[in-house]
Design a protein around this ligand. Structure first.
Ligand code: ADP
Ligand code: MG
Length: 491
């Protein structure tokens, strides 16, 4: 362990509670659909509306998702867990209680490991439990009325709780990103933060090093990584100021306001006792057989960390590349296809992390999500790379081909790359006589650069190489051009 960095002499302590909405077609205890964005109350069955006489029935797919998470994080999957009623009153909760798990959750222990810069961090999990989401109050200010939408009521959630192991906002964000990657990777959550599919509550406290944990405040419902960092940073300074002013921190639930960048208290925090938890008599204990766990284990995909290790071992990639390329299943698949087809894994990595990602970023698309639908097929990128590697085209001309592919200029996926090279006259020159003529022209036409180079300015040589590339429609071999320039300039 490295010594944690202090803020004004205080150590930051953070624990996370994350609600991951499970990617099931139907709700956790009813058969209503879970699709986002439907007209209010069109996806609310009598069970979701808590009509008298209705009974919940556990959704098997939600349990399977919980098992997947447990297996991915090295947790214990309980052979028997129990549903409990968490009692509270709110208009969007017609039953008057939320069905959750309390004393015996389905997933116990485990850990999330990730890199923060070069440092490997491990955050221990306390538990992950199944529960139902509540509905939503809609405040129609223009008519002065509030309405209740029960479409979200009964949506399956997995609440994933960590130990207070994190020591900075940066570490908290890195943890949340890693967890987000894992739940989407194993397909149990769509990860859409704007739609609320992945919401984090950050419990934050500060202490002088060596002292016991301070009192925490819980920042609710952080649904963007940017807000997460801002909210924690604000909260930490607020708490330090309170303490320095001689005040005590009171345990509370707070909200982050992105407009002001501040956190503010919503309510003083309830204790577990306030919720009067008790086992739900409507649901039997949840039994999970070892056989079911083994069946799911057999269907688990290769996890990102394992895959990154394999990329290093099989393709001799640097660890940085391997971690970057395993940000999502889509990106990892794309990379492997390009690497295998081109036979050039390091070039495949460079082009994906460089040119492909840059083009996606420029369109405000995250490469990890967007690469699967980018306009260049893996086979096409592989063909470009193979042509660069065998000297058919220069690296520079490869970029021109990529531009054309990106713009959809290739009529045929199979022959597209060669057709573009042909049509644009990009084939690399291997006639040193012709290249020599271009080099002479460039030297004659760029007297200023030549003089600069002779006066000792190394950079002027690059400018001259650039001119040769331009004059040759990028078909010159840059290395060969450089050598010829050096020879002619007498260096
Ligand atoms: P509750 O059930 O009341 O929410 P828990 O003990 O389950 O309380 O803790 C909830 C979360 O708060 C956990 O993620 C835990 O790691 C975190 N936590 C507990 N104590 C502290 C503390 N002093 N500072 C920061 N986080 C804390
Ligand atoms: Mg809690």
């Amino acid at each position: 362990m490295t010594t944690p960095s202090l803020i004004r002499g205080y150590e930051v302590v953070i624990g996370f509670e994350t609600h991951a909405q499970l990617a099931t077609h139907t709700k956790i205890f009813s058969r209503s659909a879970t699709a986002f964005g439907a007209e209010p109350n069109t996806q609310a069955s009598p069970i979701d509306m808590a009509l008298p006489g209705t009974l919940p029935v556990m959704n098997r797919a939600a349990v399977a998702h919980a098992i997947r998470l447990g297996l991915a994080l090295g947790s214990h999957v309980a052979e028997k867990s129990v549903f409990a009623r968490k009692n509270y009153f709110y208009p969007d909760l017609p039953k008057g209680y939320q069905i959750s798990q309390f004393e015996i959750p389905v997933v116990q222990g485990g850990e999330v490991a990730f890199f923060l810069g070069n440092e490997k961090k491990t955050v221990r999990l306390v538990r992950a439990h199944l529960e139902e989401d509540a509905g939503k109050s809609l405040h129609e200010d223009f008519v002065g009325l509030s309405g209740i939408d029960l479409n979200r009521a009964g949506t399956p959630l997995l609440e994933i709780v960590t130990e207070p192991d994190m020591r900075s906002s940066a570490e908290a964000v890195a943890y949340a990103k890693e967890l987000h990657k894992i739940v989407t990777w194993i397909g149990i959550c769509d990860g859409n933060m704007q739609e609320g599919s992945f919401r984090c509550d950050a419990n934050v406290s500060v202490r002088k090093p060596g002292e016991p944990f301070g009192t925490r405040r819980e920042i609710k419902n952080l649904n963007s990584f940017k807000f997460m960092q801002q909210a924690i940073d604000y909260e930490v300074l607020w708490q330090i100021e309170q303490i320095e002013d001689g005040k005590k921190i009171e345990q509370a639930t707070v909200l982050f306001d992105p407009d002001t960048g501040e956190t503010r208290a919503m309510r003083t925090k309830e204790d577990a006792a306030d919720y009067r938890y008790f086992p739900d008599p409507d649901l039997p204990p949840l039994h999970i057989s070892q056989q079911w766990i083994e069946e799911i284990r057999g269907q688990m995909p290769e996890l990102p960390r394992k895959m990154a290790e394999r990329f290093v071992a099989d393709y001799q990639l640097p660890e940085y590349d391997a971690v970057t390329l395993t940000q999502s299943v889509a990106m990892a698949k794309y990379f492997e296809e390009v690497a295998k087809t081109s036979g050039q894994p390091k070039l495949a990595s460079n082009w994906i992390m460089g040119d492909i990602s840059r083009r996606l970023n420029a369109q405000d698309i995250s490469p990890a999500d967007g690469i699967a639908t980018c306009p260049v097929q893996p086979a096409q990128l592989a063909a470009v790379i193979a042509r660069v590697a065998n000297g058919t085209i220069s690296n520079n001309a490869g970029k021109t081909v990529l531009d054309a592919l990106w713009a959809g200029e290739a009529a045929d996926v199979d022959v597209g790359v060669d057709a573009i090279i042909e049509a644009k006259g990009l084939k690399q020159m291997n006639d040193s006589g012709a290249l020599g003529a271009i080099v002479d022209q460039v030297i004659a036409a760029n007297a200023a650069n030549v003089a600069e180079f002779k006066a000792g300015k190394e950079k002027a040589l690059n400018a001259l190489v650039g001119q040769v590339m331009k004059a040759s429609n990028k078909t010159a071999n840059a290395q060969q051009a450089k050598e010829m320039l050096l020879a002619r300039l007498g260096a």
